[in-house]
Ligand binder design. Structure first.
Ligand SMILES: [Ca+2]
Length: 333
């Protein structure tokens, strides 16, 4: 704990663990000169009482539960388990058919239906997409390369041009270093985290500019590539943006939409939603493609949706695909 100074109005701040590995709770106690008599034993006892009350109320601090791995420094946010409606809504379907036509809709977007209820258990998820600097702790020689004249390789940009296998192996490597189980999220975990309790197409309101929340194909991109279909707003980034450059979703996760597509654990199967288990679904048992979710810096708004599904060969390296890590819940000591 540290204080802003004794004998004047100030704020004490510090971190207190609640026993969950890595779960830290930030406490703020304001102390005023007017409260000088309160240095008495009565005040001390009352403080202890309220401190204990806070510690007994995990929901109060749910948004503050964070685990930072000690090797690479990836910050994980606790995502409490729950139920949600997974998949594309009727309104979304109508919008997509209007934009793409019935044939292209069937080819690219019909796999996002039917909407169905899914339950997921709680887990920790990377607050940000894994960056080049973090990935190079695992593979120092990795180069995310460039897109035309623009670098994709700065330390704070999300790592790209990696295969699904490299993303999986990074998770296993870091998990071993930390004696924790880390992996890629399943599609269901990813979409649940992306929605953050919202049921709309995106985790922001339709009236808000997408460029406040996501790095997508925008007016800055159009300055460089006039033929691109772009969103009518300016996010300031022609290619990948440094991780965490935009507003977070309600779970405090950044870049769940936009910046880069994110490798997920599941195999792709077009009809999977018709048969998906209702609890912790893990995708098709076999397949040819692995799932990617979340859209990237070169996508127009119709791809930028929590329900949007895409897939690639696991050996594919792409300038628009990266990943974020999931840390499995640890048993309490
Ligand atoms: Ca952009």
């Amino acid at each position: 704990m540290k204080s802003a100074g004794a004998g004047r109005d100030g704020v004490f701040s510090g971190h207190v663990s609640d026993g969950t590995p890595g779960a830290m709770k930030r406490l703020f106690l304001t102390v005023s000169d007017k409260a000088a008599p309160a240095r008495s034993g009565l005040f001390f006892l009352l403080s202890l009482f309220f401190l204990n009350l806070f510690l007994q109320s995990p929901a109060l601090f749910a948004a503050e539960k964070v685990f930072r791995d000690p090797v690479v420094g990836i910050e994980f946010v606790w995502i409490p388990g729950g139920k949600f409606i997974m998949g594309q809504s009727d309104a979304e379907k109508e919008m997509l058919i209007k934009a793409l036509g019935k044939q292209r809709y069937e080819k690219y977007c019909a796999c996002e239906r039917p909407r169905h209820e899914v339950s997921v258990s709680g887990f920790w998820l990377g607050r940000f997409e894994v960056t080049n600097a973090q990935f190079r702790r695992f593979k120092p020689e990795h180069d995310s390369s460039t897109y035309l004249d623009f670098t994709l390789n700065d330390d704070r940009q999300p790592v790209v041009n990696i295969t699904w296998y490299e993303a999986r192996d990074f998770a296993a490597w870091l998990g071993r270093q930390c004696s924790r189980k880390m992996r890629l999220p399943t599609e269901a975990e990813w979409e649940y985290a992306c929605r953050g309790g919202t049921s709309s197409i995106r985790y922001w309101k339709d009236c808000e500019p997408a460029c406040n929340y996501a790095n997508i194909a925008d007016l800055t991109a159009k300055k460089n590539w006039p033929n691109w279909a772009v969103c009518d707003c300016d996010d300031g980034h022609p290619v990948t943006a440094p991780a965490g450059s935009f507003k977070p979703n309600p779970f405090g996760l950044y870049d769940m939409l936009g910046n880069v597509w994110e490798w997920c654990a599941d195999w792709y199967a077009k009809d999977y939603y018709k048969n998906s288990p209702a609890t912790n679904p893990t995708g098709s048992p076999a397949g040819k493609y692995r799932m990617v979710r979340g859209s990237s810096w070169d996508n127009p708004l119709r791809y930028v949706r929590c329900a949007s599904r895409n897939h690639r060969l696991p050996v594919n390296c792409n300038y628009g695909i990266g990943f974020r890590l999931l840390l499995e819940k640890q048993p309490r000591p």
